[in-house]
Write a protein that binds this ligand. Structure first.
Ligand SMILES: *Cc1c(COP(=O)(O)O)cnc(C)c1O
Length: 420
């Protein structure tokens, strides 16, 4: 299977761009996240090509990977940011994102988060319930402001057509149900503290087919027509994120193939003049990162062989959380026998596995690269078992920069108080 972009086997050893992964592991220790700047920019360029010639704003959904240098990389390349918390707002500002290029999504914004976002002047709130609209209206009026809002609609794509995303669409906590959209817009338009500017949807995550996007766009444009018939003008259409990546032979549509099809629908319905906003997360960074880990022990068994590595569920939570698959490749592949292993971490949980039933020729001390680790890994990492979070390195050509130092035990205890 081909390796992700900018990851190559060079002289028998994995490199990200021009940098040897073995050298990085030796210099900075393991577990270690390594990202490729070129891979991030290449993923972004596909969206930029797909939206070329439009009034558009690509807001990177920073929950996928919120490390400051990753944010800077995307912001400098022209992205706005999609945030889901007050903490992410502070990161976005620290990374240099212009406040008006920040949009605030999520079902549970607090009053304090709304206030801070209004004070710094973010571009738009993506509102997910009638109750949230009312609180935002109240907070904005108290500040003597009008909050720009877009309402997240649930486009209710037929789950029979697309069973794989049905849980993302029916009976879930996200968005306003299709049937309640019009009355919610009318209500928002009547609130003195709100300025209705757009509509948005986000139909799911790791979507690898085109059809659900096309269906959702049709449904959203039906709603745009109905909303505008009531006299409310929508300046932007925000189509969310969710485009999948190749974890294991998945073949998601390319952003520059998908977007012309979606834009054709906008044009055909007469909405080609609206600003197009999108919120991609995983598809910008997921395959631009690997996690390097060292094999600590081999533990062959009667029923299973275990390969115990120094990365764990606190570093790579996706397998434990969603039974997710990450490819695992030796950094310096060796010949010989490749027994089948369950690759597991040192954490005291049976759920602490990184890959199951993997044929690998390895010995203790070997390095493995866990692929597709750029999204929803470091940003979900925890300190379970008082394990410090891994260090991170950003590669750019032949250069490598440490963008986050390894977390020590003292870092983890800093906010705690011993009893006297
Ligand atoms: C998580 C999320 C995204 C990004 O999703 P990806 O699958 O990472 O592209 C975009 N918009 C909203 C509202 C989200 O919650």
């Amino acid at each position: 299977m081909p390796l992700p972009a900018h990851l190559t086997l060079h002289q028998g050893e994995l490199h990200f761009e021009g940098v040897s992964l073995e050298r990085l592991a030796r210099e900075h220790g393991t577990p270690l996240f390594v990202y490729s700047k070129a891979a991030i920019l290449q993923a972004l360029a596909a969206y930029q090509r797909g939206l070329a010639g439009r009034q558009q704003l690509i807001c990177y959904a920073m929950k996928a990977n919120s490390s400051l240098a990753i944010l800077q990389t995307l912001v400098r390349a022209g992205c706005g940011l999609d945030i889901v918390s007050g903490g992410e707002l502070e990161r976005a500002l620290t990374a240099g994102c212009a406040p008006e290029r920040i949009i605030f999504s999520g079902v549970g914004k607090t009053r304090a988060e709304m206030r801070r976002a209004l004070e710094v002047g973010i571009g738009c709130f993506n509102v997910e319930s009638r109750a949230e609209l009312d609180v935002l209206d109240e907070v904005a009026r108290a500040l003597g402001q009008r909050a720009r809002v877009s309402i997240r609609v649930n486009p209710d794509v037929d789950p029979k057509t697309h069973p794989y995303i049905s849980t993302g669409l029916k009976g879930n906590k996200f968005g306003i149900a299709h049937g309640e959209v019009l009355q919610t817009y009318r209500h928002a338009a009547a609130c003195a503290g709100l300025e209705v500017v757009g509509i948005d949807c986000h139909i799911g995550s790791q979507i690898t087919e085109t059809a659900p996007y096309l269906d959702a766009m049709d449904r959203v444009l039906d709603l745009v027509a109905a909303i505008e018939a009531t006299g409310i003008r929508l300046h932007h259409v925000d189509f969310g994120g969710g485009l999948g990546i190749d974890y294991n032979g998945d073949a998601p549509p390319a952003a520059d193939a998908l977007w012309p099809q979606l834009l054709a629908k906008l044009d055909a319905r007469g909405y080609g003049d609206r600003t197009v906003m999108i919120e991609p997360g995983r598809s910008l960074v997921g395959n631009a990162g690997v996690c390097l880990t060292e094999v600590l022990y081999t533990k062959p068994g009667e029923h299973k062989n275990f390969l115990i590595v120094d990365a764990a569920m606190n570093d790579l939570p996706r397998p434990a959380m969603y039974q997710a698959f990450h490819r695992i490749e030796p950094v310096r592949p060796r010949g010989g026998d490749a027994p089948v292993w369950d690759v597991v971490g040192p954490v005291c949980e049976s759920g602490d596995w990184i890959g199951r039933d993997r044929a690998l020729a390895v010995q203790p001390g070997d390095l493995l690269a866990v692929l597709s680790a750029g999204a929803y890994c470091m940003s979900m990492a925890s300190n379970y078992n008082t394990r410090g979070r891994a260090a991170e390195v950003l590669v750019d050509g032949d250069d490598a920069t440490v963008i986050r130092q390894r977390e020590g035990a003292a870092d983890q205890m800093r906010l705690e108080t011993l009893l006297g």
